[in-house]
Design a binder for this molecule. Structure first.
Ligand code: NAD
Length: 302
């Protein structure tokens, strides 16, 4: 395929690529010359059961002239993540990028959820990222190149009623991105995140009449770019859906300075307007940037 974004045989793992957004990522990547490892357990939206979803997407890719292999294991276990990376190495000899997209839903309020609802969701979304990235990382470090795309959600970054385990896992992925983007930069490994909105089985009935506008392909175009060599961004969160692509970011305000003497709780109450003001916020690129801001505010900067 012609175009500036291309993969030239690079090997990309896509987790949860049997349906929805992951399937669109896999087809788009393969259409741009990537060799794709299509991972999917093939379960239902709540994670139960399994089917041949990964194999079906591999067949679709091959029918279009692309290169792909299936890995039907679960990313929710350490062994499953290791087997997935081993598959990439055995089949294609390398791993250049990982899009961690696998996900399940167990929507329940905190009052009603079971222990298993909590662990099942955290295991796929959050532990799943560690399970795949830990074995993939040494290969990326050794080759001095890697791209990682994590799939977060507005549920975690902004909040959705009834999705506390899901939201916590999705926000946790941003913590992972923030740290890995620092650890990977010296080895050419860039880490970014997608916050999608797409019409898939996961959002069935939620988007109403707008569903037609939210083709997962809108998300796949951005995911494919973020997984490519042409992407030189690091630690960005792109919010994508329905043809709109924007950014979500964490800002920090200079805030209120109480002086060298510790404030009283009454002082804090009196200062709330200043503390909550969004004036002059910065978008830090690491924890060190906030330390520099604190030093500036309290007057100890060089
Ligand atoms: P989907 O259900 O169509 O796809 C999720 C895929 O993950 C499924 O194919 C499923 O079999 C697979 N999967 C689940 N558990 C797995 C495991 N343990 N190992 C391997 N594969 C597993 O849903 P989708 O909407 O395409 O979701 C893709 C990602 O996008 C998810 O991480 C989801 O949380 C996120 N997301 C989606 C939306 C949206 O609007 N659709 C919004 C925010 C975030």
């Amino acid at each position: 395929m012609s175009g500036r974004v291309g993969f030239d045989g690079r090997v990309v793992i896509v987790t949860g690529a049997g349906h929805g957004i992951g399937r669109a990522h896999a087809l788009t990547l393969a259409g741009h010359g990537a060799r794709v490892v299509v991972n999917d357990l093939g379960g239902a939206v709540d994670g139960s059961g399994s089917s041949g979803a990964a194999e079906r997407v591999v067949e679709e890719i091959r029918a279009r002239g692309g290169t792909a292999t299936a890995s039907a294991g679960s990313v929710a276990t350490v062994e499953g993540g290791a087997a997935l990376v081993r598959k990439a190495i055995d089949e294609f000899g390398r791993v250049d990028a990982v899009i961690h997209n696998a996900g399940i839903l167990r929507d329940r309020t905190l009052a009603k959820m079971s222990d298993e609802d909590v662990s099942a969701v955290l295991d796929v979304h959050l532990a799943g990222a560690f399970n795949v990235l830990r074995p993939a990382w040494p290969h990326m470090v050794e080759q001095g190149y890697g791209r990682i795309v994590l799939t977060t959600s507005s549920s975690g970054l902004l909040g959705t009623f009834g999705q506390s385990s899901y939201g916590a896992a999705k926000a946790g992925l941003i913590g992972l991105m923030n740290v890995l983007s620092l650890e990977g930069a010296r080895s050419g490994i860039l880490v970014n995140a997608l916050s999608p909105t797409a019409a898939t089985r996961m959002t069935e009935g939620l988007l109403g009449e707008l569903a037609d506008r939210f083709d997962p392909q809108h998300v796949a175009a951005v995911g494919t770019f973020l997984a490519s060599e042409q992407c030189e961004l690091n630690r960005q969160i792109f919010t994508v859906g329905g043809g709109r692509v924007g950014r979500i970011f964490l800002g920090v305000t200079p805030g209120w300075y109480s002086g060298e003497k510790p404030a009283s709780p009454d002082d804090v109450l009196d200062a709330l307007d200043d503390i909550c003001s969004l004036d002059d916020f910065i978008v830090p690129e690491s924890g060190a940037d906030e330390v520099a801001l604190i030093q500036k505010v309290i007057g100890t900067a060089d």
